[in-house]
Design a protein around this ligand. Sequence first.
Ligand code: C5P
Length: 217
Amino acid sequence: MVAILITAGPTREYLDDVRFLSNASSGRMGCALAEAALGAGHRATLVLGPVEVAPPSGAVVISVVSALEMQAAAERAFDAHDVLIAAAAVADWRPAERLAGKPPRQAGRTTIELVPNPDVVAGLAARKGGRVVLGFALESVSAGFPAAVDRGRRKLVAKHLDAVVVNLYGASGCGAAECGICHADGRDEVLPRTDKRRAADRMVAAAVALWQERNAR
Ligand code: C5P
């Protein structure tokens, strides 16, 4: 049994007590990954941003809101896990300051100062030891699959990942030429046209196989 930590969903970066910056991540991929992990007899912990989808009942769920909360929760949980799969759509920036209450709307243009959020997966992968870290690279469909793989591979190197799932944004589902797993050793695994849950089975199997190779006695 392998202990699998999954970051999933969006983060919310509050400007004040009611307004926030976020993205449209549904959290479905992360929940499918947790289901796949549990289905294969592993332990699953989800560090989950605000989502509507219900996580599988067998998973330990740590609910978070902001990128900083996601980072803190994932940092705390990492040591007790063997594999990290980073499926979260972490907001790239957060407002430099959060205002209290709900400041009234102002007429005309305004400017918000943003500061970059930490890269959660890169921070953890930098101290992974024998653990396996898998990330996602969501690339625009207009880039085409070979260019997307190229960008995914650059992320793999920059963030010290063991594998990266390359997925084309704008493509429906996870189609044959649209989704693949690139391994640090150079192998590219193209995933067949299938649903998120079956794709998740393949991703979990790939991550667990890497962990078993690394930790074989
Ligand atoms: O650089 P990009 O955002 O495309 O990288 C995507 C990968 O990095 C995903 O695995 C995502 O979960 C992770 N990530 C993260 N923290 C961030 C940004 C991305 O963990 N601040």
